[in-house]
Design a protein around this ligand. Structure first.
Ligand code: DP6
Length: 360
C-alpha cells in the first residue's frame, strides 16, 4: 500500500454525531526505533511486544458543526480535568492527519483520556495515547464509509497513529508487531505496523514485563530531540544496518525459542540505544546509578539461577524486566528481594505481552 491509499474518496454518508471509546496499550520495543526521516518515516525497522496492563482509554464524542470552518474545534480532558497543556501536541497530530481524514474541521470533538498507569511514572503515554485517539477517529471514518474492511481499518489506524508518535503504530495490534521496511520480513512497511508474520515459539506466549520505576521524573530528552540527534551522528548508518541484522536474526530465534540468543539481541539493542545517546552531540546519559545496579543484579541472577530474565530500556532510566511465564515465580521473587529496592519509592508495574487495542 502507499500513502495515497489512505486518502479517502469523498464521503457519501452523513454522520451528525456520535461517540467512540478505545483502550489502547503501550508497547516495549525489542529492536528499537531511534532516528527518523520526514513525515515520521523510521530510519530503521523495529519490533515490539504489545503490552496489556499499561494502557490509555480515550473516548471521542463528535458533533457536526453545521458550517465549513477552517480551524479545529475540540476540548481535551485528561483524567477528568481539562488539559490545555496537551493541545499543542494534538494540534500537530491533527495537522498531520487531516489529509487522510478530511472531516476533521467539520466536527466539534470532545476527547476524554486517561491512563491505567500513574501519570508521573516516567512511562511514556504517547504510544498508547496516540493509538487510542487514532482508533477513535477511525471509528468515525468507518461510520462515514460503512463498507470499509477491518483490514483497512487496522492498517489506517496504525498509519494515523504513526503520524502522532512513531511507536504508537505498534500499539494497535498484538502480540508482536513490526514496523519499518525490512527486506527479510514479508509485508513490512514504513507506513504502519504489521503483526509479526512468522512462527513464534510458545515460550514467548504470556511473556512478562515488570517495569521498574527507577526515575519517575520528566523525560530528560524528548523523543523528538532524541530522534533528531541521529542526524549527522557518526555511528548512525552502522546502527541502522544493525537493526536490520537483528531483525533477521530474531526470525530463527522466535521460531526456536532460543532464549539465550533472544537475550543477547534485546539487551544489546537497549544498550545500543543508550550508546547512541551517549555518543551524540550534545550527549546524554539517561541511565541512573540504580539502572546499572539493576542490570548487574539481573546478570548475576541469570548466571546463578540459570533462568532467563533480561532487561530492556526506553529513552530513560526505568528498566523493563522481560521473562517467560514458566520462570515467573522465581523471577518475581528475585525482583521483590533484590530489585525493588532500587525503584523510586519502591514502585514498579507488572505487565505482560498483550493482544492490542480494544473497543470499549
Ligand atoms: C526509545 O515513538 O516516542 O521508545 O515518533 O517522536 O513520537 P516519536 O518517537 P517515539 O520514540 C520511541 C523511541 C523508543 C524506542 C521504540 O519504542 O522503538
Amino acid at each position: 500500500m502507499t500513502e495515497q491509499d489512505f486518502v479517502p474518496k469523498p464521503y457519501e454518508n452523513q454522520v451528525q454525531e456520535g461517540k467512540a471509546s478505545y483502550r489502547s496499550p503501550s508497547n516495549i520495543a525489542l529492536v528499537k526505533y531511534w532516528g527518523k526521516k520526514k513525515d515520521q518515516i523510521p530510519a530503521n525497522p523495529s519490533i515490539s511486544f504489545t503490552l496489556d496492563a499499561c494502557a490509555t482509554t480515550t473516548t471521542l464524542t463528535y458533533k457536526k458543526r453545521g458550517y465549513k470552518a477552517d480551524d479545529y474545534s475540540y476540548e481535551l480532558f485528561f483524567e477528568g480535568h481539562k488539559k490545555d497543556a496537551f493541545k499543542p501536541k494534538i494540534d500537530v497530530f491533527l495537522g498531520r492527519i487531516e489529509k487522510y481524514l478530511p472531516f476533521l474541521k467539520e466536527y466539534h470533538f470532545e476527547i476524554e483520556t486517561s491512563n491505567s498507569f500513574p501519570h508521573s511514572s516516567g512511562i511514556a503515554s504517547s504510544a498508547s495515547g496516540m493509538s487510542a485517539l487514532a482508533l477513535c477517529f477511525m471509528h468515525l471514518e468507518k461510520e462515514l464509509v460503512p463498507e470499509m474492511t477491518q483490514d483497512y481499518f487496522i492498517k489506517k489506524a496504525s498509519f494515523l497513529a504513526r503520524l502522532g508518535s512513531g511507536s504508537a503504530c505498534r500499539s494497535i495490534e498484538g502480540d508482536l508487531v513490526q514496523w519499518g521496511t525490512h527486506e527479510n520480513t514479508a509485508g513490512s512497511t514504513d507506513l504502519y505496523g504489521i503483526k509479526y508474520p512468522y512462527e513464534v515459539h510458545h515460550v514467548f506466549q504470556n511473556y512478562h514485563d515488570t517495569i521498574l520505576l527507577v526515575d519517575k521524573g520528566q523525560k530528560q530528552v524528548s523523543s523528538t530531540v532524541g530522534h533528531d540527534l541521529m542526524h549527522g551522528h557518526p555511528f548512525a548508518e552502522r546502527r541502522f544496518d544493525q537493526a536490520h541484522e537483528n531483525l533477521t536474526k530474531l526470525r530463527s530465534i522466535f521460531k526456536s525459542g532460543d532464549l539465550n540468543s533472544f537475550i543477547k539481541i534485546v539487551e544489546g539493542e537497549a544498550l545500543t540505544l543508550h550508546a547512541m545517546m551517549m555518543t551524540s552531540m550534545p550527549y546524554f546519559v539517561l541511565m541512573k546509578p540504580n539502572t546499572l545496579e539493576i542490570i548487574n543484579k539481573i546478570w548475576a541472577f541469570r548466571e546463578q539461577s540459570k533462568t532467563h530474565p533480561c532487561f530492556t530500556l526506553d529513552a530513560g532510566a526505568n528498566v523493563h524486566v522481560l521473562y517467560p511465564e514458566s520462570e515467573k515465580s522465581e523471577v518475581d521473587q528475585f525482583i521483590q528481594n533484590e530489585l525493588v529496592a532500587y525503584c523510586e519509592n519502591g514502585q514498579y508495574l507488572c505487565d505482560r505481552i498483550g493482544f492490542g487495542a480494544k473497543k470499549m
